[in-house]
Design a protein around this ligand. Structure first.
Ligand SMILES: [Zn+2]
Length: 154
């Protein structure tokens, strides 16, 4: 009987120590393909990104300043969140959308800071450029791989 009692206590302790499995991680439907593409590119370069496991949320909405295209909010307790300007999103093509999502995930998942390094022609060498015109950026099909190699070189 005493043995059973201890077993019950132990069982209860184990259960109560399990992490909450029901936590919902919110991701805007339109961002899903870009989060998944980031995951694939990460994997090719030896990283594993799973927005649910790594707890990174994604929203499209209004940002306080029109000039800000996206934001990453770090939070020690709650999931980190990527917020993309709705105006920018609705007026951008595929590569501009991918650029801003990957840039924000660079902050929110890879913990990278801004980098305004340039090559000899004044082009930004990093997708993590600050957007402050310190360098010229033109992310697209022809330089995507190069930029992504740089993004995942930590
Ligand atoms: Zn940034």
């Amino acid at each position: 009987m005493k043995h059973l009692f201890y077993l019950l206590i132990l069982g209860m302790t184990v259960v109560s120590c399990l992490p909450e499995e029901t936590e919902a991680i919110n991701l805007n439907e339109e961002l899903i393909p870009h989060f998944e593409a980031f995951s694939e590119e990460a994997e090719k370069r030896g990283y594993s990104f799973d927005w649910k496991e790594d707890r990174v949320e994604g929203f499209i909405g209004d940002l306080s300043d029109e000039k800000i295209l996206g934001q990453c909010i770090h939070d020690n307790l709650d999931p980190n969140s990527v917020i993309i300007s709705e105006t920018f999103w609705n007026n951008s093509g595929f590569y501009d959308k991918e650029f801003i999502v990957f840039h924000e995930l660079g902050h929110c998942f890879l913990n990278r800071n801004h980098n305004d390094d340039t090559d000899e022609t004044g082009m930004c060498t990093s997708i993590m450029n600050s957007g402050s015109q310190a360098c010229r950026a033109n992310y697209g099909a022809d330089n995507r791989d190069e930029y992504l190699d740089e993004l995942f070189t930590l």
